[in-house]
Design a protein around this ligand. Structure first.
Ligand SMILES: [Zn+2]
Ligand SMILES: [Zn+2]
Length: 576
């Protein structure tokens, strides 16, 4: 399939012009952080966006509240946006779509089959499908947008149908891996190593690659290795088996189902995202399971207390999320399932950074009630990462052999280690690696890449809520934190109707403690409430809201206390 997107590049004059036009590459999210991935490529009057993710803030509950990229720059350049390309269906790549399409016009979203299915579900939930068009692509499709030609290559990752993207521009070729690992015995599609090598042979100007596991030595285990340990557990368990994993890990779910069928255990599914994943997966053909193996809750009520060794419970909550099925089972508030001594509970996952404490809490509660809890360890390999480790990253660098390298998708130290790795394998010199921050622009012109100006939006963003990884400001912020502490203003906002769901509430840490602070706090909350009430009468962006909260709070606090604590606005956006 070849899709003509717009009329740029039609005439020879235009061709000439294209040759003089520079190509700009930058991230609005995904650098110096894990989450809210969003990378933009601009050439002439055309801009394509790759991914639109969310980030789960560490202090908040994962899966409920999140942070999205700052869209100010996109609003300013809205007429240039021609398409959104999605590499795969994880939340840090698709979670921002509902917000993005309500902010600017996204004429079309290109995504592979499962990814498109997940996006459609997401937009259906909020009745937003009318705002854009979702076009399903396969890895062999080529899309033309202005002077850019976009092609894809299949990759392996912890969700099926993941794609890497190749963008050919008049100034050179860009290859972006999306999230990937090199799994040579995958459960679903293979990584298209020969296509990647061919791109490399033809010449890649700028390579942008996933850095998540740049700190981890060796190669990641294959998804297929997980099956062995799972089968071992199924073979030995005498009571019920309860397994928690990521709902998006469709291959893992398939393996668990296969083990269940082999050892003749009926399957009970708990947790909304898990139920959705299984029904979408079965509908689109990614999950195969005989109908008579899926039990409903009524049957479960009966069988849960009989034939214990004939039951598998598959649920959400592998990250210790308080409202998820496994946490409810652990703290004895689940409607149907109570722990019975002899149950085997399996965490087919690793806690993502920041979630270790809640996961440990759930493990302790389960153990106390007599369950045998199995986590990923050297004894049982019941999880493998979806991201390439150092040996895989090296291999990929050798295949792509880029002229310039920009590590993406990672915190600063991961990006740095990935850049060092590129130098170590002899692919590029240090001056041809770019460790960028969100908003840093790379300019590609006639096959050369150099740093450009920083986007104003990024500076604004850095001054805003996200203080992660920005050297100068982090130092300044630390000094301020040490001196004056921190104030956090939390406001739940219904972004669709532009109103506050609750009045703002303020929490402080390390801020001077005054006897009258209690009264002051109530007053400060009122000041923010008044400022926001005024602001929300008009359609404004999240950045405007954040800035208003900061300004109102800082001014009030300074006037009353002569202190300048760091003010962190936290906007909670409820999804349901
Ligand atoms: Zn991913
Ligand atoms: Zn990701």
């Amino acid at each position: 399939m070849e899709v003509k997107q717009n009329n740029l590049g039609a005439s020879s004059n235009q061709d000439l012009e294209n040759k003089l036009v520079k190509t700009y590459i930058y991230a609005l999210g995904g650098l110096n952080e894990i989450g809210k991935n969003m990378y933009c490529i601009e050439h002439g009057n055309s801009m394509i966006i790759i991914d639109a993710g969310v980030k789960f803030p560490e202090n908040e509950l994962p899966g409920i509240d999140y942070v999205i990229p700052d869209f100010q720059h996109l609003i300013k350049n809205r007429s240039k946006i021609k398409a959104l390309i999605i590499t795969h269906g994880h939340e840090d790549h698709i979670g921002g779509i509902p917000f993005l399409i309500q902010t600017v016009n996204i004429p079309i979203i290109y995504a592979s089959k499962l990814t498109a299915g997940l996006i459609k579900n997401k937009l259906d939930e909020d009745n937003l499908n009318y705002l854009t068009r979702i076009k399903e692509i396969d890895p062999n499709d080529i899309i033309k947008i202005g002077a850019m030609k976009i092609s894809f290559f299949a990759t392996t990752h912890s969700i099926p149908d993941s794609l890497g993207v190749c963008i050919d521009t008049p100034n050179g070729r860009i290859v972006e891996t999306g999230d990937f690992k090199i799994d040579l015995t995958p459960i679903g599609q293979d990584i298209d190593i020969s296509k990647i090598a061919t791109l490399g042979d033809q010449g890649v100007t700028l390579y942008m690659a996933d850095s998540t596991n740049a700190e981890v030595e060796g190669s990641s285990k294959s998804e297929r290795d997980v099956a062995k340990s799972l089968h071992e557990i199924f073979k030995n368990a005498t009571g019920r088996i309860i397994i928690a994993t990521f709902a998006s890990n469709v291959h893992r779910i398939q393996q668990i189902i296969e083990a269940s069928v082999k050892y003749n255990r009926k399957i009970l599914v708990f947790g909304r995202s898990m139920e959705n994943a299984i029904s979408t997966g079965r509908k689109l053909g990614y999950i195969r399971c005989p109908d008579n193996y899926i039990y409903d809750i009524e049957t479960a009520k009966i069988s849960a207390y009989q034939n214990l060794n004939e039951l598998l419970i598959l649920c959400t909550g592998s990250q210790g999320e308080p409202m998820a099925a496994l946490s409810r089972i652990a703290n004895n508030t689940h409607k149907v399932i109570k722990i019975i001594p002899g149950d085997t509970v399996v965490f087919s996952s690793n806690p993502i950074p920041g979630n270790l404490a809640p996961v440990t809490k759930v493990i302790n509660m389960l153990s106390k009630q007599g369950a045998e809890v199995i986590v990923n360890s050297s004894l049982y390999s019941i999880h493998t990462s979806g991201h390439a480790q150092r040996e895989e990253l090296k291999l990929m660098l050798k295949l792509v052999r880029p002229k310039y390298f920009m590590p993406i998708h990672g915190e600063y130290r991961m990006l740095k280690l990935h850049a060092d790795l590129a130098v170590m394998v002899g692919i590029v010199n240090k001056d041809k690696t770019f460790i960028c921050e969100n908003g840093d622009i790379l300019v590609m012109y006639k096959g050369e890449v150099r740093r450009g100006k920083k986007l104003e939006i990024a500076t604004k963003y850095i001054d805003g809520k996200d203080i992660n990884g920005i050297d100068e400001n982090v130092i300044k912020d630390r000094i301020r934190l040490g001196n004056d502490g921190l104030i956090s203003v939390v406001v739940p906002i219904d972004i669709k109707n532009m109103n506050m769901l609750k009045p703002p509430s303020i929490v402080s840490r390390g801020f001077i403690f005054l006897k009258e602070w209690g009264e002051l706090l109530v007053e400060a909350e009122r000041v923010v409430y008044d400022a926001l009430s005024k602001l929300l009468k008009e359609r404004v962006s999240l950045t405007d809201i954040k800035n208003t909260i900061k300004k109102a709070t800082s001014e009030f606090v300074f006037e009353r206390t002569q202190r300048e604590p760091i003010v962190i606005p936290v906007i909670l956006i409820k999804r349901d």
